[in-house]
Design a protein around this ligand. Structure first.
Ligand SMILES: Cc1ncc(COP(=O)(O)O)c(C=O)c1O
Length: 402
């Protein structure tokens, strides 16, 4: 029938769905297709049941490639990708709150780290707690506090092994052990560490979340999230929720994130090496009151971090300015010429953010003070530039603060 088709018909069908014999792309192509044709109606029917290629909200080959790479890197049975890190956090908590054998989440108690990323904390408060999920926060670096809170037998423990912005490090293996002893599932937001610094599933965690927007992508050009699961049950639950909630990753972003992953180890090693040099240099600066970096011997959890992270300490360095005022923080940010004042982290570029007015802006000043986030606190995401240029930029900007 093809030879008899009219112009309008040819315009929409020609060149599509042609099997390309012998073409083996070296990278997974972008399948910019919202839906998929199966060889027969019976096979389409089967594909619905078997999570096959039916519709891109269910599965898309480019996205599946990214998910397979994450599962391989984190040591998971599978991973599910989302449109953003927040969508991934939301789905991970819903999956962790779904009892074995149940088809839907049921309100259950969450024990969360007090130092979570600001929007995650707000999500817990405004969605989960508001819908009847009992919520308690605790300092995950204080094991006595964790043990005490676990007595009430929460269903979910949610934490970040490196906290934002104060870069505290918690004893993940011990917390997992304690949480599992009371039957809780452990959900770890591993965004700040990246799988190069820490792989929480190796320490027994149940679900690992990433804002892929950060280190995984690493180039500031794609928003995405991903959850890696320890068990088939949790993986299947995540997939089901992803289909229903619909915040799934698009194939173009999946391609960019997969491309980013290829250099993840190189980037994180360079960022960690640069960050250590920058952190040490900052400790010598009169305009800097305190430096927070787990790689510094003076950091309260330095020994734990050295054991857990295999010699890398990540690319984030936070510091308190002297004077600790918003005016001084703004003056520094406005004086930087290389380091970009932008709200993200983990990119190849060095970035700086003022936590009180970015990641933690939804908190009251009192809440921030209780967490130790002062008015002079800045968070630096160290990039892969030559570290001498990063330091030169900080040096000239600190002089202008003075
Ligand atoms: C630790 C952490 N988790 C989750 C998120 C949310 O990720 P996204 O911005 O991709 O939604 C962020 C974003 O900054 C983050 O830093």
């Amino acid at each position: 029938m093809r030879g008899t088709q009219h112009l309008e018909t040819r315009l929409v069908h020609a060149g599509e769905r042609e099997p390309v014999s012998g073409a083996r792309a070296t990278v997974l192509p972008i399948y910019a297709s919202s839906t998929f044709v199966q060889p027969s109606a019976a096979e389409l029917d089967r594909a619905f049941d078997e999570d096959g290629l039916v519709y891109s909200r269910h599965a898309n080959p480019t996205v599946s490639g990214f998910e397979a790479a994450i599962a391989a890197v984190e040591g998971a049975v599978g991973a599910v990708a989302f449109a953003s890190g927040m969508a991934a956090v939301h789905a991970a908590l819903l999956a962790a709150g779904t009892p074995r054998g149940a088809s839907q989440p049921q309100p259950c108690a969450i024990l969360a780290a007090q130092d979570l990323y600001g929007a995650s904390r707000t999500l817990l408060r405004q969605f989960f707690e508001a819908q009847g999920w009992p919520l308690t926060f605790c300092d995950m670096t204080d094991l006595a506090c964790v043990e005490e809170q676990l007595r009430s037998q929460p269903t979910i423990v949610f934490l970040e092994p490196i906290s934002n912005p104060l870069l505290k490090v918690c004893d993940l293996p011990r917390i997992v052990e304690l949480a599992h002893a009371v039957g809780a599932r452990v959900v770890v937001d591993n965004t700040l560490a990246s799988p190069i610094v820490l792989r929480p599933l190796e320490h027994g965690a149940d679900l690992v979340v990433h804002s892929a927007t950060k280190y995984l992508g690493g180039h500031g050009d794609a928003l995405g999230g991903v959850v890696a699961a320890r068990s088939h049950l949790l993986h299947d639950t995540l997939r089901r929720y992803a289909k229903l909630l619909g915040a799934t990753l698009g194939p173009f972003e999946a391609r960019l994130l997969s491309r980013g992953l290829k250099t993840l180890a190189l980037r994180v090693r360079q960022q960690s090496a640069n960050a250590l040099v920058v952190a040490r240099w900052l400790t010598t600066q009169p305009r800097v009151r305190q430096v927070y970096y787990p790689g510094l011997e003076t950091h309260p959890q330095h020994r734990l971090a050295a054991e857990l992270f295999g010699g890398l300490f990540g690319g984030l360095v936070s510091f308190d300015l002297e004077p600790a005022t918003p005016a001084a923080a703004y003056a520094l940010m406005d004086s930087l010429e290389l380091i970009l004042p932008a709200t993200t982290l983990g990119d190849v570029y060095s970035l700086i953010s003022y936590s009180a007015r970015s990641s933690h802006r939804d908190m009251t000043a009192d809440e921030r003070r209780q967490l130790g986030i002062g008015d002079g606190l800045l968070r630096l995401s160290v990039g892969i530039e030559d570290v001498r240029d990063i330091i030169a930029d900080l040096e000239q900007a600190l002089q202008r603060v003075a």
